[in-house]
Design a binder for this molecule. Structure first.
Ligand SMILES: Nc1ncnc2c1ncn2[C@@H]1O[C@H](COP(=O)(O)OP(=O)(O)OP(=O)(O)O)[C@@H](O)[C@H]1O
Ligand SMILES: [Mg+2]
Length: 143
């Protein structure tokens, strides 16, 4: 394990995933390189209903939101002295996570079992479920 992708939505579970990675980092012979990714739904999906300048406004708002979510993760990694980068993507969440794994050449994904979704009955959220199916590298799921 060297290059780790942490898909991060700011939820308690995603925080636990980040803490797990920070804990692991201290035990590795080779320092970890951590990539934290937040994906926001693309406003292009509403392209039929919104004017182009409205799409641009929504896009800017979503990117700001993502930057806020990622700031806390970045602060925590910085405090742990861990080499890391943050990334923002727009689009379908699980798809973008799979694309990022390939693009960034990550060898492991560490993510929460659940996220910000309000339905507590399921063991696994839909993003976690999809990512397990879609990516070829090991996925560590943290409760
Ligand atoms: N928008 C996102 N950007 C980056 N990572 C995400 C995003 N949404 C979820 N994740 C990652 O996926 C993990 C599981 O969240 P998931 O969305 O599958 O569960 P949920 O929100 O409880 O369920 P659902 O979204 O199906 O209602 C999170 O802990 C986080 O690691
Ligand atoms: Mg979710």
């Amino acid at each position: 394990m060297h290059k780790v992708l942490v898909p991060f939505d700011g939820s308690v579970h995603a925080r636990h995933a980040l803490e797990y990675v920070i804990g692991l980092a201290g035990q590795m012979a080779r320092p970890l390189e951590v990539h934290v990714l937040n994906v926001q739904s693309s406003p292009m999906a509403y392209g039929d209903y919104l004017a182009p300048d409205m799409i641009e406004g929504v896009r800017a708002g979503l990117l700001n939101e993502a930057r806020d979510v990622l700031q806390s993760a970045s602060d925590q990694l910085k405090a742990g002295g861990i080499v890391h980068e943050t990334h923002v993507d727009l689009g379908h969440v699980a798809e973008q996570i799979a694309v990022a794994v390939k693009k960034l050449e990550c060898d492991t994904v560490v993510m929460g079992t659940r996220g910000l979704g309000s339905f507590g009955g399921l063991l696994l959220g839909s993003v976690a479920n999809r990512v397990i199916h879609d990516v070829k590298v090991p996925v560590i799921l943290i409760k």
